[in-house]
Design a protein around this ligand. Structure first.
Ligand SMILES: [Zn+2]
Length: 253
């Protein structure tokens, strides 16, 4: 069995919180866990994180993780024109290439996992090799573009349930039946988001964006890191192999 641990490196809850505590604090916790178990992950980074905290991205590269693209400011790409979307992804790639000069940037994930229909054409134009935006439990497929193929690595629909009560034990059973699972996480999941939301927002926003969206805060912080570690330990005991998406891509072609 193969497992790809992927992380979307963006602001704390885009469109709600403009802070970077997840990257500053949560990402360090995640890096230490991966280092303890000698696992390399794939990190999809937004351009604004690269601009604000380039050292935090460089250290990921130095530690051997894969760096990939996730938009400039976590835009909803489906609302943009082809040209605007291409410009954003191109700038995102350039920022990462300038910051991580030893990495070849070949992967993309659309913010909110919402991919416009012309995304594959853009990815081909900009020299990407794979995408990981389309949620599905189906087997892997490659999308044919005019001259090339862009491999799709479907992020698992399980990921959102990793922190929710009750769903986790069911989720583990499902995960370990699969040959390949691509899980996605965020650095803010490793910090206590309920505390952060209280201190960083007014009551109206807290109720509007958090009270009715438990997925944005439930079991974040120590509870998340404990589950994450226990999942890694179980995966290792079951002889699962951890891979980056680029490693999976290279194995296939
Ligand atoms: Zn995202």
């Amino acid at each position: 069995m193969k497992i790809a641990l992927t992380f979307d490196i963006e602001r704390d809850n885009p469109n709600f919180l403009d802070s970077y505590f997840g990257v500053k604090v949560g990402l360090q916790k995640i890096r230490r866990i991966l280092e303890n178990y000698n696992i390399k992950g794939t990190f999809f980074c937004t351009g604004n994180v690269v601009e604000h905290l380039p050292e935090d991205i460089r250290v990921l590269e130095k530690e051997g993780h894969e760096i990939a693209c996730h938009g400039l400011n976590h835009e909803r790409l489906v609302q943009l024109t082809f040209n605007k979307c291409q410009e954003i992804i191109s700038q995102n790639k350039k920022l990462l290439e300038d910051t991580c000069q030893n990495s070849k940037i070949v992967g993309f994930r659309a913010p909110y996992l919402r991919a416009p229909r012309y995304l594959f054409k853009i990815l081909e134009n900009l020299g990407f090799e794979y995408d990981s935006s389309i949620k599905s439990s189906k087997s892997l497929k490659a999308y044919q573009t005019r001259q090339n193929k862009i491999q799709e690595f479907h992020p698992s629909e399980f990921s959102a349930f990793f922190r929710l009560p009750l769903s986790y034990s069911l989720l583990r059973k499902k995960i370990f039946k699969k040959e390949l699972v691509i899980l996605y996480f965020h650095p803010w999941e490793a910090i206590n988001m309920k505390n952060l939301a209280f201190t960083q927002s007014n009551l109206f926003n807290f109720v509007k964006y958090f009270q009715f969206r438990p997925d944005r805060w439930i079991n974040t912080g120590n509870c998340f890191t404990a589950r994450f570690i226990s999942f890694i330990k179980e995966s290792i005991s079951k002889k699962a192999k951890f891979m980056t998406l680029n490693q999976l891509y290279c194995e296939k072609y």
